[in-house]
Structures are given as C-alpha cells and as structure tokens.
Design a protein around this ligand. Sequence first.
Ligand SMILES: [Cu+2]
Length: 160
Amino acid sequence: MIRAGRAPSTCSGVVVTGGAHDGPADPRPTARRRLGTLLAAVLVLAGLMASKPALVPGDAPVTAMRIRVDTAGFRPSAFRVRAGKPVVLTLANEDNPFRSGGGGYHRFVIESLGVRKVLEPLSTQTFQLVLMEPGRYEFSCDVGHGGMPGAAMRGVLMAE
Ligand SMILES: [Cu+2]
C-alpha cells in the first residue's frame, strides 16, 4: 500500500471528473569478473530498494499528460502539475487481453486520495484531476502482477 502522508478520510483535496545481454560467457571467471558480477548484483539490489520514480529537476508543470501503460510500468512515471489547477490525464493501456496475470488489465490508483481507474486492455481513458493541495501524490497499479503492486508500476505526481 502506498500512502502520501494523508489519511484517506481527508481526501477532499482532489477533484476527479470525467536486458541487456551480457555477451558470450567466459568459462573461466577471473577474480575481476567475479568482483564485477558482485558489484552488478549490489547495484541491482540498490536499484530495487530505491525504486521511487525520480523527477528531473527543472521539469515544468504540465496541464495535460498522456501516460503509456503496460506491464513495464507507467511512462512517464513522474511529472509536475500545478496545485489547484486542472490537469487532463490520458491513460493508454497498451497491453492486450491475452496477457497472462491480469488479462491485460491495469489500474491507475492514487491510494492516498481514493482515486481508482480501471484501464481495460488496449484502451485509452481520459479524465481531469485537480490536486488542491501541493504535495507528492504517488500512483500505482495493483493488477496484472498476481494482484500485488508491481515494483515497476508506480509513479508520482508532484503538485506545486
Ligand atoms: Cu498493472
């Protein structure tokens, strides 16, 4: 469960309308290669632990955003909006109904605000959102991954 530091009961602040290949394997691993493998494993682990989407400093707030959705995640997964101003979100689910583990369905959920949009396979949904209070609003998907929130399927809206 993802929380944005606000209890769901106070959700009046929202208005909703509307692999890289490694190349040939070396059969004789040297100590240097083993060290490289260990470092890579540590970096992957660190990446998983710090999986919060990053915002690029200087990104300007948007009034509309098209978000591509599939099992790999939301793209883009982080952007800025103006608090108190409407933002039009278009969610394009690019997974097909034959996809295993959810039948191509995804959801766009802002848990802290009680926003929950079902995204049918190969469909596009547009709605308007107004985030009344400045803050960090995390969104995620809780289907298509055995019912658990996928590590890759999360993102953040920064209202400022
Ligand atoms: Cu999903």
